[in-house]
Design a protein around this ligand. Sequence first.
Ligand SMILES: [Zn+2]
Length: 84
Amino acid sequence: MTENTKVVTVHGCIACARLFDILAVYAPNGSLVGCKVTNSPDGHIVPDQRTPLVACNTHTAAEVEAAYKRWRSRNGKEAHHQEE
Ligand SMILES: [Zn+2]
């Protein structure tokens, strides 16, 4: 397989859990190539190496960063896949 895989999943904002649809593109080796919010202009992607993450545009950069740190500590170093 040489084609990238596109998957649409629902993710909650990392700061307030508001739901967004995210289109994620994975390379054949499973790494995350890119992702974007498909159903709303009010959310944006929070860069992460392997998981699509989203935050509302209404949160400040500092709020998003703090939420991202909480998310990282909650998820630890494990690569478990915690949501569909
Ligand atoms: Zn939010």
